[in-house]
Design a protein around this ligand. Structure first.
Ligand code: COA
Length: 260
């Protein structure tokens, strides 16, 4: 699939995925969502020796300024529900991706942009980044998981306030709230995200994939996260990487993991 609105660059095993609609502050229109679905559902998993993915926004001003409001005018109730379901499903693909996905938030991360960042496993923000769920200003609510993931990440008290007021959250406040992992000087978001992926890529890939599954399991009502941890722990114990990791420790050398 040729992407119109996504730039995909393989930088030594780290994919830099840039949402590229700077004239609309990288708003997520349906075309961009389809492209994200294709990338995380089909293209991404096929990349060999993938260390992880960094998602950022084109231009200096915005990560993603939300769903594309110009596509909202003809939506009715059923259309809105279908749109939200589609967006949620795509963001689940990101949240459940087997390699780490980091949002490098270089500016506005509003509405669907905040929801996209929250669906990633980790978040790095530039000093000028602004987060928020301003849907209430349009008379709607977040539809791509915002009411759920904001509560998961920062807790019910502040999440309810931000959802109800639509207020923006500056980068330093976002860090204090636990919405982002790190705030870095403006322009250094991608660099820091890649450094994080470089560090994680030295760990056993099977273990990283299972950490993603277990952490996600904490938030799923139909899953007993502790039981899932038992199951996944058992599976990691059956890997060649576990033998290598334990042997390397005993031999006082660095482990050389193969992802098996
Ligand atoms: N959907 C579609 N277009 C959008 C957009 C969105 N979510 N956000 C910004 N744009 C467009 C603007 O319409 C404008 O287009 P134009 O140049 O053709 O007029 C362009 O991007 C630049 O935006 P502008 O509003 O002029 O920039 P600003 O610096 O004054 O304000 C924001 C930046 C992010 C505060 C403001 O654009 C905004 O509030 N956007 C909507 C955020 C939102 O409500 N998101 C949730 C949607 S559910």
């Amino acid at each position: 699939m040729n992407y119109e609105n996504l730039l995909v660059e393989n930088q030594e095993g780290i994919i830099l995925l840039t949402i590229n609609r700077p004239k609309a502050l990288n708003a997520l229109n349906q075309q961009t969502l389809s492209e994200l679905r294709h990338f995380f559902g089909e293209a991404g998993p096929k990349i060999s020796d993938l260390k992880g993915i960094v998602i950022t926004g084109a231009g200096e001003k915005s990560f993603v300024a939300g769903a594309d409001i110009s596509e909202f005018t003809t939506i009715d109730s059923a259309g809105g529900a279908a749109m939200a379901k589609n967006g949620q499903d795509i963001f689940f693909l990101i949240e459940r991706f087997y390699r780490p996905v980091i949002a490098a938030v270089n500016g506005f991360a509003l509405g669907g942009g905040c929801e996209l960042a929250m669906a990633c496993h980790l978040r790095v923000a530039g000093e000028k980044a602004r987060f928020g769920q301003p849907e209430v200003n349009l008379g709607i609510i977040p539809g791509y998981g915002g009411t759920q993931r904001l509560v998961q990440l920062i807790g019910k008290t502040k999440a309810t306030e931000y959802l109800m007021t639509g207020d923006m959250i500056d980068a330093n406040t976002a860090e204090k709230l636990g919405l982002v992992n790190y705030v870095v000087p403006q322009g250094e978001e991608v660099k820091r995200a890649k450094e994080m992926l470089g560090k994680i890529s030295k760990k056993a890939p099977v273990a990283i994939a299972k950490i993603i599954e277990c952490v996600n399991g904490y938030f799923k009502e139909d899953i007993d996260g502790f039981a899932k941890e038992v199951e996944e722990f058992g599976e990691t114990c059956g890997t060649e990487d576990f033998v290598e990791g334990a042997t390397a420790f005993l031999e006082k050398r660095k482990a050389n993991f193969k992802g098996k």
